[in-house]
Design a protein around this ligand. Structure first.
Ligand code: ANZ
Ligand code: ZN
Ligand code: ZN
Length: 826
């Protein structure tokens, strides 16, 4: 039988929409589940099957959770502001506003056609003044709290983008969008968010969240906590505190290197060295640290010398391209014998190399300094020795093992007031101002008399002017009418700030707006978002590990401290999905011409077929290729289901099938919970293949089988459900329960029960911080403590009732029963 999939799908999509089946009930007493996907930038090219794969991942989970009895919030919105939208609009010779609005409309249409069960009543777009008003509002709150400041700093400037770029937007000294364009370094006044204030908490709280280890590691490295010592060197009678993780090598310092982008570099350059330095600076073109690591190390002597505070030696100061301007003090004490980077530099510029840590594996000491300045050479080094060993040629510290020497030398320096212990983070404050049009205007006014003045809250939003000319530079700087304004303080002539916020500012908090998206008085209601967040599941690409996923965590913590919300982390769980490649195995993109268009697929194979196919070919986190043969075989399977139904008589099925069904219920439930969708498709195929062989089947059995398939194939299962005579939607039915429960589900149950028990109690007592749980000894391992901590934001301790050491001042443990732990709060 030929099935008109497009027609069948449309029928159900219309019904879902008309009956508002996916709209969340904000007042429901049911358990909540917030299923969140990274919102897209609405590209004018529309969605392709790769996007369909991403979004269907959350859709399957949302549908499944609804059937599990959760009150599910599953929203979708648009990251509509930002440079890509502006550039695309300019290229199409259109204004970004209508251009982006059209793209959004098209996205919504396509998302509906994919069968995605979004609650469109909760949508938002960052380009609407109702949204970016709150960007500006948060700017003011952060500014007042000292979390936003302006500073002049070296920045990456792309002459083609005509804007500052973030460090992560520079690759190999080139713009990420213009691979042929070298970055310039400019010293500009920029707006910064003090992300560093939360560096330690951002690091520590990674332990609290159920995120892929890979992302956690990336964030750890990005935050880059480093324990070291700050040592005060004197240069031209000025003190330069120098950060080092190797104070044990202080006797081996033979030169210093100051960052080429350092603001004070010019003060260090003697007149004689100026021409050479100027030439050198022209060649340096990135302030991104990642970049610096891969460059060929280069430097030029500044003409100045530093005094080593421990040896009083005179040490030449170089300017170098590999030193980061705003890490530590932007200058390093170089120890070529024990640092490979310094070693290469020293070899290149023929600088002394002095061994101060003895390599225990090497018989000879290659170069020894017996006394300051008195060097004996036995053999040339061919590389730096970076391992541990005992100190040599280090006066009273000689002979000490170097780990111990780190402490002793730091202690000595501290006593002499020549240094101190120091912690450094790689994480930088986030420069978020952009010299572009399509972003939220920064709510600042520049007055000749009063200086920088914050726009009063009542004057928000500052709306982007529609009349602008694109071309050279920032279009806002040429709109004189918009710029001219009155100073809120002295009422005198003043000018608006023409910089706009980076699009990552908008996306740092959009998930807080969804649950209360229509609030016109506040960005969101505290009580509502305390109920809905942290989001239970966040789904999106790993490429955001060190940008969006750090900024969103920072916003959450900063807003918590400003009393906007009461939780520490935005997303309890994170999942990084794999990507869909074209039939050629390449990343899907229009320029490669390998796009698979959902409209075509729907007409030819049906969206359910496509969804089933996409998840059957690879595990959820893996990449996969589109294949025409693959989808054809998926189509056979879907047709079989549709046709089997007709042959099924309403009777009783075999015991064998019932047993398989029960096993499948347990299996598919677990697979969806664990994002193992491929495993679920395999089990479902097995189930429906067996069903096709059954002579007769009871209505209940058939219904259960269809329910299991529903999250993956939402349209055809609705159709068959209706054919069985059901009046309501299958997507609103209750997920089937297995007859015999397994251990695993028990663990799930007791944990879930405990969570709701705790929540009930917490409704009555709010102000307690510590939670103690008492369980029967044999139940201790059945409780998923990690899950509880992800849902309940308290310090939690768990004890078996027979534990003699347990803390139990009110004898609550006596009340615990099997399946019913007891709780104590204080
Ligand atoms: C002397 C030394 C000797 C160092 C040695 C290392 C090995 P992390 O772990 O990354 O914090 N450093 C300090 N400031 C820098 C900057 N602005 N740009 C580039 N490098 C900088 O590493 C800290 C080490 O990186 C410091 O310890 C310093 O070099 C260098 F055998 O000091 B070390
Ligand atoms: Zn560029
Ligand atoms: Zn003024």
């Amino acid at each position: 039988m030929e099935i008109n999939f497009a027609k069948l799908e449309k029928k159900w999509q219309n019904k879902w929409e008309k009956e508002k089946v996916f709209e969340v009930d904000m007042d429901s007493k049911k358990k909540k589940f917030y299923c969140l996907e990274m919102f897209p930038y609405p590209s004018s090219q529309g969605l392709h099957m790769g996007h369909a794969l991403n979004f269907a991942m959350g859709d399957i989970l949302a549908r499944y959770k609804r059937m599990q009895g959760f009150n599910v919030l599953y929203p979708m919105g648009f990251d509509a502001l930002g440079l890509p939208a502006e550039n695309a609009a300019i290229k199409a010779n259109k204004h970004p506003k209508p251009f982006t609005q059209n793209a959004e409309k098209n996205y919504i249409r396509q998302m509906k056609e994919l069968g995605l069960s979004y609650d469109w009543s909760k949508t938002l777009t960052t380009m609407s003044p109702e949204y970016y008003k709150w960007d500006q509002y948060f700017f003011l709150k952060f500014y007042k709290a000292g979390l936003i400041y302006q500073k002049k700093a070296p920045v990456n400037w792309c002459p083609k983008c005509n804007t500052v770029l973030a460090n992560e937007q520079v690759q190999g000294g080139k713009c990420w969008r213009h691979e042929d364009t070298n970055i310039d370094i400019k010293h500009l006044n920029q707006w910064y968010l003090k992300t560093t204030k939360y560096a330690d908490e951002l690091l520590k709280d990674l332990e609290k969240i159920d995120w892929p280890e890979k992302i956690k590691t990336m964030q750890k490295n990005w935050i880059g906590k480093s324990h070291g010592t700050e040592i005060n060197f004197k240069i031209n009678n000025e003190t330069w505190p120098i950060f080092t993780t190797r104070p044990d090598t202080i006797y081996g310092v033979t030169f210093m290197v100051v960052s080429a982008a350092h603001e004070k570099l010019i003060d260090l350059v003697t007149p004689k060295q100026q021409p050479e330095i100027k030439k050198f600076l022209k060649e340096v073109n990135s302030v991104s640290e990642k970049d610096l690591a891969n460059l060929e190390k280069k430097g030029v002597f500044t003409g100045s010398y530093a005094i080593n505070p421990i040896t009083n030696e005179k040490i030449p100061v170089y300017a170098g391209n590999f030193v980061v301007a705003d890490y530590g003090s932007g200058m390093v004490m170089a120890v070529p014998a024990h640092d490979q980077r310094d070693f290469e530099f020293a070899k290149k510029y023929k600088i002394e190399i002095e061994v101060v840590i003895k390599n225990p594996n090497s018989k000879e000491i290659e170069i020894t300094r017996t006394k300051t300045g008195n060097i004996t050479r036995t053999k040339e080094l061919d590389k730096a020795y970076t391992g541990n060993g005992n100190l040599i040629a280090s006066e009273q510290f000689s002979g000490m093992d170097n780990e111990n020497a780190k402490k002793e030398i730091t202690k000595y320096l501290t006593q002499k007031k020549l240094g101190k212990k120091q912690i450094q983070y790689k994480l930088r404050d986030w420069g978020f101002s952009r010299q572009r049009y399509w972003g939220a205007p920064i709510p600042i006014i520049n007055c000749k008399t009063c200086g920088i003045v914050a726009v009063p809250e009542k004057d928000l939003p500052i709306i982007l002017p529609e009349k602008v000319t694109f071309g050279k530079g920032n279009p806002l700087t040429t709109n004189k009418e918009w710029i001219r304004t009155k100073c809120p303080k002295c009422n005198g002539e003043a000018k608006r700030e023409t910089e706009t916020m980076d699009t990552f500012f908008d996306s740092s908090w959009y998930f807080l707006r969804y649950p209360d998206n229509k609030n016109s008085k506040k960005p969101f209601d505290k009580k509502i978002i305390n109920e809905w967040l942290p989001a239970d599941q966040y789904i999106g690409g790993a490429e955001h590990a060190c940008m969006h996923l750090i900024y969103a965590r920072f916003f959450t913590k900063a807003l918590r401290d400003l009393k906007f919300l009461d939780f520490d982390e935005p997303f309890s769980a994170l999942f990084n999905q794999g990507m869909l490649h074209g039939p050629d195995g390449e990343k899907m993109s229009k320029s490669k011409g390998n796009i698979i268009n959902p409209d075509d697929i729907s007409a030819k194979y049906g969206m359910d077929t496509a969804r089933y196919f996409l998840f059957s070919i690879a595990e959820t986190e893996k990449d996969r290729d589109w294949s025409e043969d693959g989808i054809k075989s998926a189509l056979k399977f879907i047709n079989k289901i549709l046709n089997t139904y007709k042959e099924v008589e309403k009777g009783k099925s075999s015991q064998k099938y019932e047993t398989l069904l029960n096993k499948t219920i347990i299996g598919v439930t677990k697979d969806i919970e664990e994002f193992k969708y491929r495993k679920a498709t395999i089990k479902l195929k097995e189930l429906f293949d067996a069903l096709a062989k059954e002579k007769s089947v009871s209505r209940e059995t058939l219904e259960k089988s269809l329910q299991l398939l529903n999250p993956i194939c939402p349209h055809i299962t609705e159709e068959l459900w209706e054919k069985l005579g059901n009046k309501d939607f299958i997507c609103k039915s209750v997920w089937p329960k297995a007859k015999k429960t397994q251990k695993n589900t028990k663990k799930e149950n007791i944990t879930e029960k405990l969570i709701s028990q705790i929540n009930q109690l917490l409704e009555k007592v709010k102000d307690k911080e510590n939670l103690f749980i008492y369980v029967m000894p044999f139940e201790l391992e059945k409780i998923d403590l990690k899950k509880i901590s992800s849902k309940i934001n308290k310090k939690i301790k768990i004890f078996a009732t027979n534990n003699k050491e347990k803390y139990d001042p009110e004898n609550k443990s006596k009340k615990a029963k099997p399946g019913m732990p007891s709780i104590y709060l204080e």
